[in-house]
Ligand binder design. Structure first.
Ligand code: SF4
Ligand code: SF4
Length: 253
């Protein structure tokens, strides 16, 4: 509406249109910051006025609240991320909000510099968090599906302690070579093909590819119990390829 009505607004914003604010993933926001954006603003339809049964604007709100706490954890000012809800007919409101956000971000200064964080340090911190996005979304999936009704609920939704714990207790998965029976169940179920293995070959998790979904942990038959959950200590190195073959006892009488 702002464009159709020829309303003027800050030239410093770059508009990216999506079908629904619920499409804005945590990855999109953190990627924008990694690419040097100083602020991210999300405009969504008014809550409870969603055109879809999914009510994606609630998802967008939850993601923003989570991301703002992650930003605090990274020592970035969470005011650099904002979400507002308005109807498509509220062009004047849109321009006012965008101009206000643009002004605020200018006052905060360039991302990182404004907070006194070294550029390279910030880049590597953002890269580390982005790698953990699937894990974060799995761990917080129940909370992210909540529908928050008022400011009070927004404020207490994610706490700083909770986010510090989230990063302090990151879980990794490791297959115990002494227990793996090469049944291939975990390999077939892994959603990102992070498990290497074959028939009669001890399976190994590629930690670079693993998104920490825990599927292999759940899938490994209890009689083998070969997948370990590890937190707070280093993951053992993978067993060398030449030692992965399982020699089974023959059934000869
Ligand atoms: S935790 Fe998930 S992603 Fe990682 S190896 Fe297991 S199944 Fe694959
Ligand atoms: S499911 Fe368990 S026993 Fe089977 S291949 Fe995977 S880790 Fe090994």
């Amino acid at each position: 509406m702002a464009g159709v009505s020829r309303l003027q607004y800050s030239t410093e914003i770059r508009l990216i249109r999506v079908m629904c604010s619920g499409r804005v993933d945590l990855e999109f926001i953190l990627r924008a910051f990694s690419n040097g954006m100083d602020g991210v603003f999300i405009g969504g339809c008014r809550l409870n006025e969603c055109n879809y049964i999914t009510h994606g604007n609630y998802d967008a709100l939850s993601i923003v609240l989570l991301c703002r706490k992650i930003m605090e954890h990274l020592e970035l000012n969470p005011e650099r991320l904002s979400i507002e809800f308005m109807s498509s007919g509220e062009g004047i409101l849109f321009t006012e909000i965008v101009d206000g956000f643009s002004k605020k971000v200018k006052e905060l200064g360039p991302l990182g510099k404004g907070e006194g964080i070294d550029e390279n340090e910030l880049k590597s911190k953002l890269a580390e968090v982005r790698e953990l996005i699937p894990y974060i979304k799995i761990v917080k999936r129940k909370k992210l599906a909540s529908r928050l009704e008022n400011q009070e609920e927004y404020d207490g939704f994610f706490t700083s302690d909770e986010i510090d714990r989230l990063f302090g207790e990151v879980v990794s998965y490791h297959i115990d070579p002494a227990k793996c029976q090469a049944c291939m169940i975990c390999l077939r179920k892994c959603p990102v093909e992070a498990i290497a293995g074959a028939k009669n070959q001890i399976h190994v998790i590629d930690q670079e590819k693993c998104i920490k979904c825990g599927t292999c942990f759940e899938a490994c038959p209890p009689r083998f119990d070969a997948v370990n959950k590890i937190s707070g200590e280093p993951v053992p190195p993978p067993i060398p390829e030449e030692e992965r073959t399982i020699v089974r006892k023959s059934r000869t009488k």
